[in-house]
Write a protein of this length. Structure first.
Length: 574
């Protein structure tokens, strides 16, 4: 841990104390300690490792030096953890937003019940901030802009999951040549399978930490070593992605894995529960606040067992009810890749796909699928060689012929039919009723106002021929966010008309996201996990759609394409 990271603890502590309205002299002492530690020429961690004590720090007393030693030993200090446990987790995020200091955050918290960034956005959009003392319309607009920049910058710096996964696979292959690594495991957002990652976190057990970290720092495509010490190395991969490797003690491997998997909100909740039992929980285990001894956890499950919580898989750890469910023995049995029985959204060479209907069907059969739907584009998507009315009928006949000739898999005829700007579908009812499956999708007119877009999507969902709404929010990573529409009304229309909403597994979409898919589940809306395949290897992307579904608490029963062929045929009425 470098000086800036140590100083950050004291800076955060000062902000938290100010938020709580505590003694100004204590606040100033922490701020001063943060400034003085940042200005040191010598790294505290290096001196501490060599001498076993913290060097003299100008303007810093013995009590603060003891806290520095505690940070260098454990990665935190007790008073900080106790203070954080008493503050809503979302406040920490709000305090990271430029222009919002502790006093302003406290004002929002006390007067508007703002406990998260989402709450803050809603308060600004509902014009409640301007009614507060010393605020007004101008400051309200500035705050909303600051929040938007904060969110945009946070997202821009993040790496898509599908970019991170192959990077880690390559790193694993190279590190296999390092004999001193006993175990290497994902942590952080990667292990929780978030759709984007701030950086990549890896943990390792090793007989020789120094050699392991040297191997890591000298991997192919490492363009910069940011930091390196006895048990930690941080690098930049190909000039873009930060990757951190931490060597952890075997006797505390489980608690390290739990801690560095996160999320922060999940961890804060666990720490609060531990504190209620008289323990401080960090990566080293449970430390008794009275006896000052530590219960170490070699297995991750021991952390949850100690607190009386059923083990939640990493994908659930976002503090969205998983801890309460774990305490009440009602965690879901989540969907797995092996539960998927077919793909209902696939493109062939008839539109913009790279493989024939036969090639797609044979590959899907090889994967153990019972069915596949060939859903090429409609004419409005001209750039994708969308099918005219005549070609659609020829396409349906070609699908039927392939279905007759290829044993062991059912090939369904379908379309990904554009929802035009006026809400009408690209094909007539006469054409659509001859297909096995109809997927409706918005591909153009994405800038329509919320009311117009909502009306457009509702009209499609009310059409008797539509089975599935593809990539419902329209987002694409690095290109655009979701278009404006009334999500509640669209979802309710899907429910009322017994339609299916898609989790599109394309790495550039992952749409529905986990939050929206969770809403669909809670409303009782059926979901399909499809790949939107355009070439054979796209079928592999199903894992990313399943990741989204698992983070959304979806079980096999919530997903239509976990059903066997006869049940899918019954669902589609074919």
């Amino acid at each position: 841990m470098n000086n800036f990271e140590v100083a950050a603890f004291f800076k955060k502590m000062a902000s938290l104390l100010e938020f709580r309205g505590e003694n100004p002299f204590r606040i100033k002492a922490y701020e001063k300690a943060a400034r003085n530690i940042k200005s040191l020429d010598e790294e505290l961690s290096a001196y501490y490792d060599q001498k076993g004590r913290v060097p003299k720090i100008p303007g810093v007393g013995q009590a603060t030096k003891e806290k520095v030693a505690e940070i260098l030993d454990t990665g935190t200090f007790r008073e900080y953890e106790e203070t954080v446990a008493d503050i809503p987790p979302g406040i920490l995020d709000i305090l990271d937003i430029p222009g919002i200091g502790p006093k302003t955050a406290k004002l929002f918290y006390e007067r508007l019940d703002v406990t998260s960034v989402d709450d803050l956005v809603k308060a600004a959009e509902q014009h409640r901030i301007r009614r507060l003392p010393r605020m007004g319309p101008g400051k309200e607009e500035n705050i909303l802009r600051s929040v938007q920049r904060y969110l945009e910058n946070s997202e821009r710096k993040r790496t898509p999951l599908a970019t991170a996964v192959p990077i880690v696979e390559l790193i694993r292959e190279e590190l296999n040549a390092c004999p001193c690594i006993k175990e290497l495991i994902d942590a952080g957002s990667l292990r929780r399978r978030k759709d984007t990652l701030g950086d990549i976190n890896l943990l390792a057990l090793s007989d020789n930490p120094e050699e392991t970290l040297d191997c890591f720092a000298n991997l192919s495509d490492i363009t910069e070593v940011i930091d390196k010490n006895n048990d930690f190395c941080s690098v930049v991969y190909r000039g873009e992605v930060r990757i951190d490797l931490r060597i952890v003690p075997e006797e505390s491997f489980g608690s390290f894995l739990q801690y560095y998997t996160g999320s922060k909100k999940h961890n804060r909740h666990l720490q609060y529960l531990a504190l209620q039992r008289g323990y401080i929980l960090n990566e080293y285990g449970f430390t008794n606040t009275e006896a000052d001894d530590t219960i170490r956890c070699e297995e991750e499950k021991q952390v949850y067992d100690f607190l009386g919580i059923d083990y939640p898989v990493p994908e659930l750890r976002e503090d969205r009810g998983e801890i309460e469910a774990g305490m009440q023995n009602r965690l879901p049995e989540l969907i797995e890749i092996g539960d998927i029985k077919g793909d209902l959204h696939v493109h062939s060479t008839w539109s913009d796909g790279k493989n024939t209907i036969e090639e797609l069907a044979l590959d899907a059969r090889e994967r153990g699928y019972e069915y596949i739907a060939i859903t090429d584009h409609s004419p409005s998507t001209a750039i994708a060689n969308g099918l005219s009315d005549k070609r659609l009928m020829e396409h349906a006949r070609e699908v039927e012929k392939a279905d007759e000739n290829i044993d062991g898999i059912r090939i369904l005829s379908g379309t990904e039919c554009d929802i035009r700007s006026n809400g009408k579908l690209d094909y007539s009812n006469r054409l659509l009723e001859n297909l096995d499956i109809v997927i409706a999708a918005v591909h153009a007119g994405l800038e329509q106002q919320e009311k117009t877009m909502t009306k457009r999507m509702v009209a499609a969902l009310e059409d008797e021929h539509v089975d599935i709404l593809a990539h419902p929010t329209g987002r694409k990573f690095g290109k655009r966010g979701a278009y404006d529409f009334d999500l509640e009304k669209v979802f309710q229309t899907a429910l009322d008309n017994d339609k299916i909403l898609e989790i599109n597994s394309s790495p550039k979409r992952l749409d529905l996201n986990d939050t929206h898919a969770r809403i669909a589940k809670e409303m009782g809306i059926k979901v399909a996990i499809n790949t939107d395949t355009h070439r054979l290897d796209n079928f592999n992307n199903i894992r990313y759609g399943v990741d989204v579904a698992r983070r959304a608490w979806l079980e096999p029963k919530d997903v239509v394409n976990t059903r066997k062929l006869k049940d899918i045929e019954s669902l589609l009425g074919i």
